[in-house]
Design a protein around this ligand. Sequence first.
Ligand SMILES: NC(=O)c1ccc[n+]([C@@H]2O[C@H](COP(=O)([O-])OP(=O)(O)OC[C@H]3O[C@@H](n4cnc5c(N)ncnc54)[C@H](O)[C@@H]3O)[C@@H](O)[C@H]2O)c1
Length: 340
Amino acid sequence: MPESVDIKTILVTGGAGFIGSNFIRYILETRPEWQVVNLDKLTYASNPEALEMFNTSSRYTFAKGDIADREFLEDLFDHYRFDAVVHFAAESHVDNSISAPAAFIQTNLVGTFTLLETCRRHWLNDQVAGGGRFLHISTDEVYGSLGESGKFNEESPYRPNSPYSASKAGSDHLARSYFHTYGMDVVITNCSNNYGPYQHAEKFIPTIIRKALSGQEIPVYGDGTNVRDWLYVEDHCEALLVCLEKAAAGEQYVIGGNNEWANLDLVRYICKRLDKLAPRADGAPYYNQMRLVTDRLGHDRRYAVDAGKLHSQLGWAPRTGFQEGMDRTITWYLQKFKKA
Ligand SMILES: NC(=O)c1ccc[n+]([C@@H]2O[C@H](COP(=O)([O-])OP(=O)(O)OC[C@H]3O[C@@H](n4cnc5c(N)ncnc54)[C@H](O)[C@@H]3O)[C@@H](O)[C@H]2O)c1
């Protein structure tokens, strides 16, 4: 395995989504010699605003398509010689996976399989070109739910509990098998919850901010004591770049913020920041709008990860303080909701 991977052209899948768009921006800023091709189906979850910011770059190309469309992928791989694929594209909202799981199986499993097969055909059958690196982006939700103590790490058993996490777990297994069976250069990452600009309005933190600002009830599932670890999206992008450039083939890393919050405490915190940054006209605290609602089916109790392996082997640690990251996030949504 090389000390670091030599990259000129990368394919980013799902680059019109939350983390993918932040990753492309980060790459265009920090890797001036790289070309980026963004393949995205532009589902409801994509963010057209995110795409606008790249259009001025001559090192960026957009390709609208489906990762489950074999012919489309063949054409794309015939046209470009990719040194790496950074695979974000997925159906990603747990609630939707409970009400309509089919799309999750199609994109997360069939789509990832089709993409891996295309890479195998183009990278491993082509003696001249040699192989590229496949960075598979996944979630800590594949490990299931924790009790009050302990953290997930790379040795934790897979115990997915929702159709979303099950489909992601399956895609992780497929990616892993392409390393072990075919020798493809695969690296897998499993990250905890991300927050930051460009996240779809349906997700928890954007929902808190949106509902608060529009004077509506802020819904919190169950008794609000479910715990999640939160990482600022830019820190996740940094960790992914480190893995892309430095990880050994076949490695897997969990990524997290060491920043656990019970949902209710998180709502209280965000409401307090909003009270400061955009106070209600009547001066009342936004937290008054919080309402507990019927719990999500199969709601995992707690997630937390120990990212010690990534820190000790590749030197990554999160850099953004929670208040700094949250204020940036809130400020971005304030602009967005003002425009809407
Ligand atoms: N958001 C998080 O907190 C988090 C945490 C850990 C891991 N992840 C993983 O990171 C990845 C990105 O998550 P996100 O929050 O940015 O998701 P997102 O829902 O914001 O974006 C997904 C993007 O993928 C695209 N897409 C969906 N189906 C496609 C298909 N069949 N072909 C091509 N493009 C398709 C969508 O149009 C969208 O632009 C996912 O794989 C997710 O499992 C997310």
